[in-house]
Write a protein that binds this ligand. Structure first.
Ligand code: ZN
Length: 373
């Protein structure tokens, strides 16, 4: 141990090793016997370790690349190695996959104060810092609006490719939202569509949706967005029992036409093991008859109605009208989307596609590293 490393700050950092039990340190050893230095992946399984390793000594060393490193001697014998900078980072930057309500900005329409998270298409496509801002808005607020996207059919796929991968479904790579003669879905009519998430009958459900407006000359056909996490958090605060019912009751969602039969049983409000809201599924069109004891059915319907009334509160709903060239990118397991009815005499044509949040978060992480480098 060099004299420089015996200074108090370094010793204090090393003392924080006490926070971790021996089995945690043994499992997270950074030495090259334990991890492949080329990719950082672990080279052993949990059953390869002693169940109750003991720490028999700790010293400090100096590494050319990593700086001060804690060297831990274990019994049974193993020499563990832990850069203090690595230990500090693990503690100060808790893992967060960005999928729960944790760290997100939940909103009602008034909170946005008319300032939609938006960017021009060319800026988004060509400027990494601008694209990062758009992707961070989707993570935090659940949506972003791109403007001046060329109204050439198929361009919605190019938009998805700027941050991820198109999720092809039975609707194809993309779907056209316009009036069809034989609609297999109410979306393809001119009817009013109440707030909903898409495709709850899939598992995994597509976690991102894009809607690109090519034409909107119809009277009506305005869009609405509701933050489903905000609505669920309000339900938890105002009606905790209803919230509990919706998190623990599997709901069967189904879609079927001549070529497809899709069925998924998932709760309307999905929470993670810590109780944090993680996904919302809300789609009155695809719920199937539920089979439960009568009193549980009554409790479910009460909770479902209470949640629906909350979602319908006018102050929660952001109204906007998509103009040709607008492309909305939104979190389909958080935001509910809606549209007003429209006159079939006016042309209205949107193209949509699905993608996923994991790739969007990945793109944001890579961009952030590049932008801040
Ligand atoms: Zn090791």
């Amino acid at each position: 141990m060099s004299a420089a490393l015996t200074t108090d700050p370094t010793r204090q950092r090393a003392r924080r090793l006490d926070r971790w039990p021996a089995i945690w340190l043994r499992d997270n050893c950074r030495c090259t016997d334990c991890r492949d230095p080329r990719n950082g992946q672990k080279l052993f399984g949990i059953t390869d370790l002693p169940a109750r390793p003991e720490i028999v000594g700790v010293t400090l060393a100096d590494d050319e690349r990593d700086g001060p490193v804690a060297i831990v001697e274990f019994a049974p014998p193993h020499r563990g190695s832990y850069p203090l900078s690595w230990l500090d980072a693990v503690e100060s930057t808790p893992v967060d996959d960005g999928r729960t309500e944790n760290g997100k900005a939940l909103w009602a329409a008034g909170d946005l104060d008319g300032r939609l998270p938006s960017a021009g298409w060319q800026d988004h496509r060509d400027r990494p810092a601008e694209r990062l801002r758009v992707l961070d808005a989707v993570r935090s607020l659940g949506f972003a609006l791109l403007r001046d996207v060329p109204t050439r059919p198929g361009t919605v796929l190019d938009v998805a490719a700027t941050f991820g991968f198109v999720r092809t479904t039975n609707y194809g790579d993309l779907f056209d939202v316009r009036v069809q003669a034989q609609p297999n879905n109410l979306a393809f009519t001119s009817s009013r569509i109440t707030p909903h998430t898409d495709n709850p009958y899939r598992d995994p459900v597509p976690t991102i949706q894009l809607l690109h407006c090519l034409e909107n000359a119809a009277v009506g056909g305005d869009s609405g967005l509701v933050d489903g996490f905000h609505a669920a958090a309000l339900l938890r605060a105002e009606h905790p029992e209803a919230f509990a019912v919706l998190t623990r009751t599997p709901v069967p969602f189904r879609f079927a036409d001549a070529d497809t039969v899709l069925l998924a049983e998932r709760p309307m409000i999905d929470v993670d093991p810590l109780g944090r809201i993680r996904e919302v599924r809300f789609n009155n069109r695809s719920i199937q008859p539920m089979v439960l004891p009568a009193e549980e059915l009554v409790a479910f319907y009460d909770a479902y109605r209470t949640f629906a009334e909350l979602i319908d509160r006018p102050e929660l709903r952001l109204d906007l009208r998509l103009e040709p060239g607008d492309c909305l990118v939104f979190d389909n397991v958080r935001l509910l989307h809606a549209r007003t009815a429209y006159a079939e005499s006016g042309a209205r044509h949107l193209q949509g596609c699905y993608a996923d949040l994991d790739a969007l978060h990945s793109s944001a992480a890579v961009l952030r590293a590049a932008v801040t480098a």
